[in-house]
Design a protein around this ligand. Structure first.
Ligand SMILES: [Zn+2]
Length: 135
């Protein structure tokens, strides 16, 4: 038996006797330090960041719009590394005709993509002059 195997056997015997004191492995800590929530965070069961989970996120209460076509919900989310995003959930009533419903679903998905791209580009262009003026 080589020295490493002998050490492992001694550690096992000590652990079985309940006297194990030598740490042979490192354990990652499950809980990190508690985090303070930003003012927009719901700070309730939706927020997993306040408990210090490594994948925790601050999450706002959702804004809900009920429209003629369905419901749109928006939530602001931010990870512990300060990466922020908005989550949108759109629920739309589709036509009872299956072919029309399929076309509505495709066109709606493409339209949401186009609208998001256009809005994000416009917001970036609008924000740039202000940043240049400030700098
Ligand atoms: Zn929070």
């Amino acid at each position: 038996m080589n020295a490493r195997a002998w050490a492992a056997a001694r550690n096992l015997a000590a652990a079985l006797r309940g006297g194990h004191t030598e740490r042979t492995t490192t354990r990652r800590r499950w809980f990190g330090a508690a985090r303070a929530c930003p003012s927009w965070c719901a700070s309730d069961h939706r927020c997993t960041a306040q408990h210090g989970y490594s994948g925790g996120e601050h999450r706002s209460e959702p804004l809900v719009w009920r429209t003629d076509y369905g419901t749109l919900m928006a939530s602001r989310v931010e990870t512990l590394s300060r990466a922020g995003h908005v989550e949108l959930r759109l629920s739309v009533r589709l036509d009872s005709d299956d072919q029309v419903a399929a076309l509505q679903a495709r066109m709606l998905t493409a339209g949401v993509d186009l609208a998001a791209s256009a809005i994000l580009a416009a917001a970036k262009e609008t924000g740039r002059p202000a940043l240049r003026a400030a700098g």
